[in-house]
Design a protein around this ligand. Structure first.
Ligand SMILES: [Zn+2]
Ligand SMILES: [Zn+2]
Length: 253
């Protein structure tokens, strides 16, 4: 059995929970430790199960709570070397480990597959997490999906998938032109359309659940992201994540 939940997802903070009956891991800690622990409690999730945190990249919406959370729970946070080096001194946790992108490793009974992706950070990684023959992907902050992303996507049963922006909203919105260019570039974020096409063309037949994730507060609306995926709803379940609260729990057994 594996169960997953987005404790927070969006441009202002990300934290994803993947657990089984006795153990759990987190991906990213972009809220305060206090908020993360509060949301876990409210979602009925037990923080003492957490064996480690895996950090995808150094942007604030993925790391702001990691230092305190590591201390509070007495666990280790794992980074790629490039991500760790790019952290400010004040963001670095006391106990940490370094993983190598492309090399699988273990945390409790979970196997973590970290891999490089296109994003404007030092050494950005996404993860496929494996347990009990279930595979969960955490695919956010991806400018353009490369072959590695597609390879891992094909194996996934469930997925946190970035649907960052609606193209029309972004281009008609208030962001400065250079920021619009950055978001839409190959090292920015996936739009609703790009995420849809990625899944339509490259998801494996075993995919059962997709959480639409990392929505921009300015340039997207949940109903637009959801509507884009309607035509695939006979292939798998689609649900939303939120910046303000934890998502529903998806349990695979
Ligand atoms: Zn982000
Ligand atoms: Zn980022």
């Amino acid at each position: 059995m594996i169960e997953i939940c987005a404790l927070a997802s969006g441009s202002n903070g990300n934290c994803y929970y993947i657990g089984n009956e006795t153990e759990a891991v987190l991906v990213d800690a972009g809220l305060s430790a206090k908020q993360i622990l509060l949301r876990m409690k409210d979602a009925g999730l037990n923080a003492s199960k957490i064996k480690g945190i895996f950090i995808s990249h150094e942007h604030t919406d993925h790391v702001s709570g990691v230092r305190v959370l590591v201390k509070r729970l007495g666990i280790i946070a794992w980074f790629s070397q490039g991500t760790f080096d790019a952290l400010r001194e004040t963001e670095r946790p006391e106990t940490y480990g370094i993983f190598k992108p492309g090399k699988a490793f273990h945390a409790g009974s979970f196997t973590i597959h970290p891999f490089l992706k296109n994003h404007d950070a030092a050494e950005p990684c996404s993860f496929r997490i494996e347990h009990d023959d279930w595979h969960v992907g955490i695919f956010t902050d991806i400018g353009e999906a490369c072959n590695t992303v597609r390879h891992h996507l094909r194996k996934c049963h469930a997925l946190f998938l970035e649907t960052n922006y609606d193209e029309k909203m972004l281009w008609e919105g208030t962001y400065p032109y250079l920021l619009k260019r950055r978001v839409t570039s190959a090292h920015g974020h996936l739009s609703n359309d790009q995420a849809f096409e990625l899944i339509r063309d490259h998801a494996g037949p075993e995919l059962v659940h997709v959480f639409l994730s990392h929505l921009s507060g300015e340039n997207n609306r949940p109903e637009l992201a959801e509507a884009r995926f309607m035509s695939l709803s006979d292939r798998f379940n689609v649900s939303l994540t939120s910046r303000n609260t934890f998502s529903g729990l998806c349990r695979l057994r």
